[in-house]
Design a protein around this ligand. Structure first.
Ligand code: PQQ
Length: 240
């Protein structure tokens, strides 16, 4: 069946109810990068210090792109109530007042694995494919209708588990990493849950026909593919 035929066929089907639609979104977790071979090896203690440094330095580019993509979404949000919630995401990463923020916490993680701040911030260790993947997320967020961009953030539904896995496994496997370096992961667990509350509410309210719900699932898959291809690129870069 071609795409037009598939869309037409879907348009005839009844919309899923909210619980069914949410279950289908959550089922996408099966394609989360938590299952990527590099992530599995990292949490099983199979990465060398250089491989961990490669992951941290490349993921830094994702970290600095997140508040830029959130600012792009904010600019497209016509509703003040949504903006008041969304702006928190930018402050979480950039910091606010006494809160140093996620980018700073990631910089500490970098130092804990042996990457100097200037080295990390220079972005010289970032692989081209990681840049392309992260840039495509920022570009999508800037150009898509804001509800679609919100939907693309829903991979955060699956993020608390990946952070918990690192907190549970890294201290045993990588005792040379100073414990405070892992604070970023700890900090994200409650913040991701808060983000998902809002993101899921927007998505469940906006995508109400079967065709629209299928579009939401496709958007979530696009974001899952970004995260997966980042790890593909990191895995390759770690061996060069
Ligand atoms: O460590 C991870 O595997 C991971 C994944 C994701 C994600 O699922 O996009 C995020 C984060 N971490 C994260 O720390 C974070 O702040 C974050 C924000 C977003 C987003 O799409 O707005 N994803 C993620």
């Amino acid at each position: 069946m071609d795409i037009a035929t598939t869309a037409a066929a879907q348009a005839d089907l009844p919309a899923w109810n909210r619980a069914e639609f949410e279950a289908r979104l959550r089922d996408k977790g099966r394609a989360y990068h938590i299952h990527h071979p590099f992530n599995l090896r990292m949490n099983a203690g199979g990465c060398s210090p250089d491989e961990l440094r490669c992951w941290v330095a490349n993921r830094f580019y994702y970290q600095i792109c997140i508040p830029r993509k959130d600012a792009a979404i904010l600019a497209n949000m016509p509703d003040r109530a949504h903006r008041r919630l969304w702006v928190e995401r930018i402050l979480d990463h950039d910091g606010d007042g006494d809160q140093a923020g996620g980018i700073e916490a990631w910089t500490r993680l970098g130092e804990a694995v042996g990457i100097e701040r200037e080295d990390l911030w220079s972005l010289q260790r970032v692989a081209p494919a990681v840049r392309f993947a992260c840039d495509s997320y920022v570009n999508f967020a800037a150009r898509a209708p804001w509800q679609e961009a919100v939907c693309s953030s829903l991979t955060e539904m699956f993020a608390p588990q990946i952070h918990k896995d690192r907190l549970a496994t890294w201290p045993g496997h990588y005792p040379w990493i100073e414990a405070a370096g892992l604070d970023y992961f700890r900090s994200r667990i409650p913040l991701a849950a808060r983000d998902v509350n809002h993101g899921l509410r927007v998505t469940l309210e906006h995508f109400t026909t079967r065709a629209a719900q299928q579009r939401a699932l496709d958007i979530l898959q696009f974001k899952l593919d970004i995260l997966w291809s980042m790890l593909d690129a990191i895995e390759k870069a770690a061996h060069e």
